[in-house]
Design a protein around this ligand. Structure first.
Ligand code: FE2
Ligand code: FE2
Length: 216
């Protein structure tokens, strides 16, 4: 079995610096997207309550993308296999697009990120490291389950977003498609199916985050 930690101090420092840089970029709102945001016609939602709802839902999605950055960063930090680490970093780059798209959409809607983003980041980073330490196949299982749950969550938001908020809907639909691909990537790399109790705990944790970020 491969040793789970970098072979040298300088390699360990490299990984830690990358992780610190990823955290700072995510939390400072300076993550640069590699792809332009999907664009849709129209400048809805037209009325204030609908705009407020869109702002809250996109804040929840932005907080979810903060969590995704942290999870992937934590998992990549302790991944044993270089191929797994590369796959995590490539998916994280698409998550960075999602983060930037949500952040820009929040501004357009006159809303704001969650005050608790640093807390979401820290908690998710710890989950990422813990799942990574359990081994690459468990880590990939955690990733695949997370992506499945996020995909279902985004489907729910497509039902809840105001019908005339075409721009938010275009972003969420693209994110959902990307999350679906990330989950498939995890399974293709050998993800283990997580125990039901772990899946339930993950659902409970994400409920706390989504309900809190809606308000704060
Ligand atoms: Fe995402
Ligand atoms: Fe994803």
């Amino acid at each position: 079995m491969a040793f789970p930690f970098p072979a040298s101090l300088s390699e360990a420092l490299d990984h830690l610096l990358i992780a610190a840089d990823e955290g700072l970029r995510a939390l400072s709102g300076t993550a640069v997207p590699a792809r332009p945001a999907p664009r849709a016609e129209g400048d809805g939602p037209g009325d204030a309550p609908a705009r407020d709802l869109s702002g809250r839902l996109m804040r929840v999605n932005h907080a979810g993308e903060i969590c995704a950055q942290a999870l992937y960063s934590g998992q990549a930090l302790v991944a044993r296999d270089d191929a797994v680490r590369d796959a995590l970093r490539s998916a994280a780059s698409e998550e960075r697009d999602h983060l930037a798209w949500c952040r820009d959409r929040l501004q357009e809607l006159g809303s704001r990120p969650s005050y608790l983003d640093p807390f979401w980041y820290a908690g998710s980073f710890a989950w990422g490291v813990a799942s990574g330490l359990a081994g690459d196949r468990w880590s990939l299982g955690f990733l695949a389950e997370t992506e499945d749950q996020v995909e279902r969550h985004l489907e729910g938001h497509l039902d809840r977003l105001p019908p005339d908020d075409h721009q938010s809907r275009a972003i969420v639909a693209q994110m959902r498609d990307d999350e679906n691909r990330h989950g498939a990537m995890g399974r293709a790399l050998g993800a283990k199916d997580l125990p039901l109790a772990v899946k339930s705990a993950m659902r409970a944790a994400s409920r706390v985050m989504t309900r809190t970020a809606y308000w704060f």
